[in-house]
Write a protein that binds this ligand. Structure first.
Ligand code: NAD
Ligand code: IPM
Ligand code: MN
Length: 360
């Protein structure tokens, strides 16, 4: 298969982990005889430094021409510490999502049994959890009008949804539920927010097209609690942009770490594959970042982006093997981990690559 892949490493640990995602792609291409070509582009702080723009036109053009995008993360402490800065790394990510029409962000909570002890939740509560989040990605308070009063003392962000935006992601989530355990939980705040009432009304309407799916509605505050109390009750979770952002960081603790969660953003054109984590200033440049979220994002690219199921599975199997043999990065090491088996980013990447090579 011939594919043209754009790699956007971004900032902080982005380049450190994306190196291994790309290396895995190269190995898969070699092992299965695919013809993957690569290009690279700037986004975020790195792009602001080079061009003054967090999403240069050149990056957007390359993105539109590519068959898939592998992204790392954006963000820099400079902006986090100075809210007055007008040009910000995250604007690049938001703009590319909007420009490419990436309205559905799939965030699977893939729980490897070997990591049951890495979580702060009891293993008995966790075992068997398998959740697929559908986070709406191009609407909500993220993209509504922003205002700041002249005296600077009042600010607002408009939380807004249009019916078509809810309908299209709801359909995708129901389609996925049909392929899974046929349960869908839509999470909102319809007891307070008008935009959530539109959300709930629309999901109820779409649910009629999927009578086999057991549909539930839950308020976001309760959902945040239920996720920790009894994560196994969830199959597909459908939610809005901001709620999904927060709930999935919480859900990363089910999988053991932010460094384990991959995601696929899809919609109208080129798929965009990225870890859910950020640029992690606290561990940047220390060889401490877990590269598995980036590597698992490549697995999602192969499966969802290119329909290459066998290739995607080999990556999951290689990660499973690494964990079964007791190897961990710092973030997923627990009391029972042999200290000699705690690896850095590079060593973990190399080991996964070695196992993939053996399997192809
Ligand atoms: P973060 O996800 O970068 O980090 C949160 C915590 O998780 C940190 O302690 C970090 O060390 C840890 N962590 C994250 N990824 C890890 C990995 N692969 N391996 C091991 N540990 C990992 O979130 P934050 O600290 O709130 O934000 C830092 C910057 O990243 C901010 O500028 C923020 O805007 C940006 N951000 C970007 C994205 C993105 O590009 N998709 C996502 C979230 C945050
Ligand atoms: C994510 C991030 C982004 C978001 C930020 C960096 C804009 O937290 O990808 O989850 O909020 O969507
Ligand atoms: Mn986030």
């Amino acid at each position: 298969m011939k594919k043209n892949i754009l790699v956007i490493p971004g900032d902080g640990i982005g380049p450190e982990v994306t190196t291994w995602g790309k290396a895995v792609l190269e190995q898969i291409a070699k092992g299965f005889g695919h013809d993957f070509s690569y290009d690279e582009a700037l986004m975020g702080h790195a792009a602001i430094e080079a061009t003054g723009n967090p999403l240069p036109d050149e990056t957007l053009e390359k993105a539109k021409k590519s068959d898939a995008i592998l992204f790392g993360a954006v963000g820099h402490a400079k902006y986090d510490n100075d809210p007055s800065l007008k040009v910000r790394p995250e604007q690049g990510l938001l703009k590319i999502r909007k420009e490419l029409g990436l309205y559905a962000n799939l965030r699977p909570i893939l729980l490897f049994d070997e990591l049951l002890n890495a979580s702060s939740i009891k293993p008995a509560i966790l075992k068997g959890t398998d959740i697929l989040f559908f986070r709406e990605l191009t609407g909500d308070v993220y993209f509504g009008e922003k205002t700041r009063s002249e005296d600077k003392n009042t600010a607002s962000d408009l939380m807004i949804y249009h019916r078509y935006e809810v309908e299209r992601i709801a359909r995708k989530a129901f389609e996925a539920a049909m392929q899974r355990r046929k349960r869908l939980c839509s999470v909102d705040k319809a007891n307070v927010l008008e935009s959530s009432r539109l959300w709930r009304e629309t999901v109820q309407q779409v649910a009629k097209e999927y009578p086999e799916v057991q549909t539930d509605h839950m308020f976001i505050d309760n959902a945040a609690m239920q996720l920790i109390k009894d994560p196994k009750q969830f199959d597909v979770v459908l939610t809005a942009n901001l709620f999904g952002d927060i709930l999935t960081d919480e859900a990363s603790q089910i999988a053991g770490s932010m460094g384990m969660l991959a995601s696929a953003s899809v919609g109208e054109s080129t798929g965009f594959f990225e870890p859910i984590h950020g640029s992690a200033h606290d561990i940047t440049g220390k060889n401490l970042a877990n590269p598995l979220a980036s590597i698992l994002s490549v697995s999602l690219m192969l499966e969802i982006g290119f329909g290459l199921k066998d290739e995607a599975k080999i990556i999951i199997d290689a990660v499973d093997q690494v964990l079964k043999e007791g190897f961990r990065t710092n973030d997923i090491a627990d009391d029972t981990t042999n200290p000699y088996k705690v690896l850095g980013t590079k060593e973990m990447g190399q080991l996964v690559l070695k196992f993939i090579t053996q399997k192809t």
